[in-house]
Design a protein around this ligand. Structure first.
Ligand code: PLP
Length: 286
């Protein structure tokens, strides 16, 4: 039986209950994280918890104590292994529906696990190039907060699925911001480019790691705005996320990228990324 975490308790999933007056349920007044654990060990856990703290601070929701300990325990109680941990913190149960926020309510903290395939055990030849679409970015102006109000992301992803694509890249005011659940990179003449951080995009933990790895290994990287024309004319396009790693994009709308092939810089980054993951698992520093 799957064990979940709810407000300090570890219990079977079917016994975990949240009030109908919880503000997460009524208003989407909540934030979340999705954190991969490989062989029971959190991958970039500190970075995920720092981003969670940023989201909580932005909404003035109090932090929970010892969350890392609780998540490690949750994963262990579910048998360790390779899982993605979903954590959601709502502002809590106010006992009634009212837009106004009262300071004295206790946040609801929920976490559960879902099995994932470890990216670092996958050979690059097995990774298939993804097709993506570009659609309007209908989201609000604080996408730096990992908030649960994901309607615009869900509509965009639905549009992508209807078009047989794996992701929807979101465009606002002429710029490609990011995907519905990923960050975006392009390659131009050996140069890696990703949009700069601003309130319109999420500070992806995988994005940050790709930038770190590129800098460490002499790959030129720049944070710069990306237009649609630049995207479809790029030598390579990648999307990144915690559960997908670094994924090559081989078609954007009806345009093939790099003739529909996975690019050489993607291959280099994929190898650096999976080596970094393996290093963490075996405790070897790279
Ligand atoms: N951008 C959005 C909108 C996301 O929802 C996500 C992840 O879910 C990302 C980017 C990638 O973030 P990370 O690499 O931390 O998973």
């Amino acid at each position: 039986m799957e064990i979940v975490y709810l407000d300090g308790a570890f219990l079977p999933a079917d016994q975990a209950k949240v009030s109908v007056f919880d503000r997460g349920f009524l208003f989407g007044d909540s934030v979340y994280e999705v954190i991969p654990f490989y062989q029971g060990v959190g991958f970039r856990l500190e970075e995920h918890l720092a981003r969670l703290a940023h989201s909580l601070d932005a909404l003035q929701i109090p932090h929970s104590d010892n969350l890392d300990e609780a998540l490690n325990k949750l994963v262990a109680q579910n048998g360790g292994g390779n899982v993605s941990v979903y954590v959601q913190i709502t502002r809590g149960n106010a006992g009634k529906r009212s837009h106004a926020v009262t300071a004295d309510i206790t946040p609801t903290v929920f976490a559960c696990c879902q099995p994932i395939a470890p990216i670092y055990e996958t050979g690059p030849e097995v990774i298939e190039g993804a097709r993506v679409i570009v659609t309007d970015d209908l989201r609000w102006q604080r996408c730096d907060i990992k908030a649960n109000g994901l309607l615009a992301n869900i509509l965009a992803m639905r549009q992508a699925h209807e078009a047989g694509a794996a992701e929807a890249l979101l465009q606002k005011e002429g710029w490609i911001n990011e995907g519905s659940s990923s960050n975006v990179f392009i390659v131009e003449q050996g140069h890696v480019i990703t949009p700069p951080l601003h309130k319109g995009i999420l500070s992806g933990t995988t994005r940050a790691l790709v930038l770190e790895l590129a800098q460490q290994h002499g790959v030129q990287v720049t944070e710069s705005n990306i237009s649609y024309e630049r995207l479809i004319g790029a030598d390579e396009v990648w999307i990144t996320s915690s559960t997908r790693g670094v994924l090559p994009v081989t078609a954007v709308d009806e345009h093939l990228i790099a003739g529909g092939q996975k690019g050489p810089l993607w291959l280099q980054m994929f190898k650096l990324f999976t080596r970094y993951q393996q290093g963490l698992m075996t405790g070897e520093s790279l």
